[in-house]
Design a protein around this ligand. Structure first.
Ligand code: XIL
Length: 302
């Protein structure tokens, strides 16, 4: 294939990007996004603060704009994200206990219902585990409502949109030997054993020199897939430049292609200048929309 989406399609996979709604008026941005990608994730527009700014008053206008752009250009949509400790609206940040649990479940239900039938995969829960060696859940207002908050969110999402794939999504879960990776793995294994509805695990894949692409990435992806879930690279970006950066992108693609249930890869933005970490120049196109070495290595590896 001559584009990322065409090349990925040859093995039945998708290649996606995060889209920022306010950039859909930038023709260089939309030209690249439309040409190269066939999966779209709203970078911020479906998050809790965007979709429920006041309790029980939902605002889907920014998310709908992205879904509309995606659908009119023949692209699928990853939903991001229904339950997360971050980017919560102010009213939710100070809630606790059963009131928060009920508000979270209502949020999951209302948002998943609004987008029912239009979402390929939902990141139902994002970033619920702690960094470091503890293997523990991350402390958050949601976690303090009880350890079963994650499975409750998944059950609510399944009831609201039975055809969307339901994913758990996190970062620093790439290296198989890390405690956080093992902790997420154990949760997914437990969910599958008990019939909690989970279909996929998302690996954010934000890499830099302090968090490099692990040599055992294919092992991590393969071990999760063996639990009976799809795996997806959901927010890929790699700090760096030139051949070094390009080789790391190639390694990610090779790891995904080595695992039958690795169903797609999404990068977290189009051009370096669009990145949430623009100073790291972590994406496949430079700030002028030119293809970088990382683009060519990625395309060749697909
Ligand atoms: C980031 C966005 O890219 C930024 O625009 C925003 O200010 C903060 O969130 N993990 C996630 C994403 O799951 O939602 C985050 O996106 C990046 C880290």
């Amino acid at each position: 294939g001559s584009t990322l989406q065409a090349a990925a399609s040859e093995s039945g996979r998708y290649f996606g990007t995060a889209i920022a709604g306010h950039k859909l008026s930038d023709s260089q941005y939309t030209t690249i996004a439309n040409r190269e990608f066939n999966m779209v994730t709203a970078e911020n527009e479906m998050k809790l603060d965007a979709t429920e700014p006041n309790q029980n008053q939902f605002n889907f206008s920014a998310g709908d704009q992205i879904v509309s752009w995606a659908r009119s250009n023949g692209k699928q949509v990853r939903g991001h994200t229904l339950a997360w400790h971050s980017q919560q609206p102010g009213w939710m940040q100070n809630m606790s206990g059963s009131a928060l649990r009920n508000a979270m479940l209502n949020h999951v239900t209302q948002v998943a219902t609004h987008y029912r039938g239009q979402i390929h995969s939902w990141d139902v829960v994002n970033e619920a585990f702690a960094d470091g060696s503890s293997g523990a859940r991350r402390d958050s207002n949601l976690q303090r409502t009880g350890n079963d908050w994650i499975e409750a969110a998944f059950r609510a999402a399944r009831a609201a949109d039975p055809n969307a794939k339901l994913c758990y999504n996190d970062y620093n879960t790439d290296n198989w030997s890390h405690a956080k990776t093992q902790a997420v793995y154990n949760m997914v294994r437990d969910f599958k054993a008990r019939g909690v509805p989970i279909d996929c695990v998302g690996f954010q894949a934000h890499f830099n020199s302090g968090n490099p692409v692990p040599n055992n990435y294919h092992e991590t992806l393969g071990n999760f897939a063996a639990l009976g879930v799809d795996v997806q690279i959901t927010e890929l970006d790699i700090a760096g430049s030139g051949t070094s950066q390009a080789e790391q992108y190639r390694g990610i693609v090779q790891a995904c292609l080595a695992v039958a249930r690795c169903t797609g890869i999404s990068v977290w933005g189009v051009r370096d200048s669009d990145s949430w970490r623009a100073g790291d120049t972590p994406l496949l196109f430079d700030g002028n929309g030119n293809k970088k070495a990382a683009y060519h290595y990625t395309l060749d590896a697909l």
